[in-house]
Design a protein around this ligand. Structure first.
Ligand code: ATP
Ligand code: MG
Length: 434
């Protein structure tokens, strides 16, 4: 993108409505604009980040065999009456009526809808297990929308749902999903810690929240240093055996980890390598057995011909919340420091003297080289403005094209994460960026 022709409205001043650093930086870097309380428009650069995050989430869901689909945002109230949640859900649900006075709602989640679809389509245990997901906007009329996209009313979620014949199968699905989450967060460049969460009224349930570490996070977390050097990049899901999954699950659930609500000082005393930090919840997974299949009449023919209710689980990742959470984890006083995997552009090209033949020529050829994955600052602005905006927007690499260097065929390459700068030939700079 050419910055002179882009809608990336950066701000010099700190917007007064933003209380936390990620919200301030998202507004200042021109990623989003609020259109109503807790509702945001994603501007071009913000949308690119959101898509990059969604794509990593998608790839890691696909890797464990979950199938992508897309369910609508608008759902019928009657569907939610079949599970009993229509009345139970309360004021967080946005309720609507169409022109025929039929009651609708903007979906806060999709358990009912997918249970109903599976009920209509799956008849035999031979068609199980199934895991399906979509990446879709949700609406929850939060009492206090705040912190920008971290607690919005409309937000993008990846929600997956698993259907298994029995408890043992459901546990496998749950563990695979947990492994997929650990890989997803690692690819996003953040350290995530799974924490046991309240499992609700039905005994035997399983639930974990995933907290990523960020100095400015909302909750205090206490955890065992064992989480710090775990590496999931090598795990091969397609062939992960039950035994491997069990070993992984034990590894994930044995070391101490808790937020304020569950912190147990006696257990904490026993931890040899204690770590404390701040964290943000970015994902939440549940096994809930027959909670929906029973009331909604989802049954399949089992191996002996008897009708059985599949065991279900649901698995959320806050895709739009992650944009804010990643900024909380990666920023400095000057702005955002995007991890390579999610940055809106791989590099920014800063032409310090637009109109200078050598500067223009080098900048244009660099811009062509990146085939759309660079932001070309071709504005007729002062160098200082360009440096500040590039630091604010957080591109992993900055390629500074100034008249003196350009005449000699060199550019200055800056790595945003470390601040390291190098004077290099154009070729060497490109080789360095890779
Ligand atoms: P919270 O306790 O933060 O309200 P939740 O338990 O209601 O979250 P889930 O229903 O488990 O959330 O949703 C899955 C994920 O969706 C959460 O882990 C979070 O990352 C994200 N999420 C939930 N509510 C919001 C929101 N209002 N704005 C942005 N993301 C959200
Ligand atoms: Mg909530």
């Amino acid at each position: 993108m050419r910055l002179s022709r882009s809608l990336i409205p950066t701000l010099k001043e700190t917007p007064s409505e933003a209380q936390i650093v990620s919200h301030r930086l998202m507004l200042r870097a021109g990623l989003v604009r609020q259109t109503a309380s807790g509702i945001y428009a994603w501007l071009p650069a913000g949308w690119r980040v959101l898509q990059n995050i969604a794509q990593i989430v998608r790839e890691e869901q696909d890797r464990i065999g979950a199938q992508e689909m897309l369910m609508p945002t608008i759902q019928s109230a009657d569907l939610w009456r079949t599970s009993g949640r229509y009345d139970a859900y309360g004021p967080e649900m946005l309720r609507l009526k169409d022109r025929h006075e039929r009651e609708l709602l903007y979906g806060p989640t999709n358990e009912e809808m997918l249970t109903d679809i599976v009920r209509q389509t799956i008849k035999s245990y031979r068609e199980l297990p199934q895991a399906l997901y979509h990446i879709q906007w949700k609406f929850r009329d939060e009492v206090r929308p705040r912190f920008g996209v971290m607690r919005g009313r409309e937000f993008l979620m990846k929600d997956a749902y698993s259907f298994d014949l029995d408890y043992a199968g459901a546990v496998l699905s749950y563990r695979k999903m947990m492994l997929s989450y650990m890989r997803t967060f690692q690819r996003l460049g953040v350290k995530a810690i799974p924490m046991e969460a309240d499992s609700g009224p039905i005994g035997g349930n399983l639930s974990h929240e995933f907290i990523i570490l960020a100095a400015t996070g909302e909750s205090q977390v206490w955890y065992d240093a064992a989480f710090e050097d775990m590496d999931f990049s090598g795990s091969n899901f397609a062939h992960t055996s039950e035994a491997d999954l069990e070993r992984f699950f034990t590894q994930m659930t044995t070391p101490y980890a808790a937020t304020d609500e569950k912190h147990d000082s006696a257990a904490w005393e026993q931890v040899a390598n204690k770590r404390e930090g701040r964290g943000i919840e970015v994902g939440h997974i549940f096994y809930f057995g027959n909670k929906y299949s029973d009331p909604m009449g989802l049954k399949v023919a089992g191996p002996d011909g008897a009708q059985v209710a599949p065991h279900m689980g649901s698995y959320g990742i806050g895709v739009s919340r992650l944009v804010g959470a990643l900024i909380e984890a990666f920023h400095d006083e000057a702005g955002i420091k995007w991890p390579d995997a999610v940055a809106p552009f791989k590099a920014a090209i800063l032409n310090l003297k637009v109109g200078d033949i050598a500067c223009d020529r080098i900048s244009e050829s660099l811009y062509a080289h990146f085939a759309g994955n660079a932001l070309y600052d071709d504005r007729e602005d002062r160098a200082g403005v360009k440096f500040n905006d590039a630091d604010l927007m957080g591109h992993p690499w900055q390629i500074v094209v100034g008249p003196r260097g350009a005449a000699a065929g060199t550019v200055e390459l800056k790595r945003r994460a470390t601040g390291e700068k190098q004077e290099l030939s154009v070729e060497a700079a490109l080789a360095r960026i890779g």
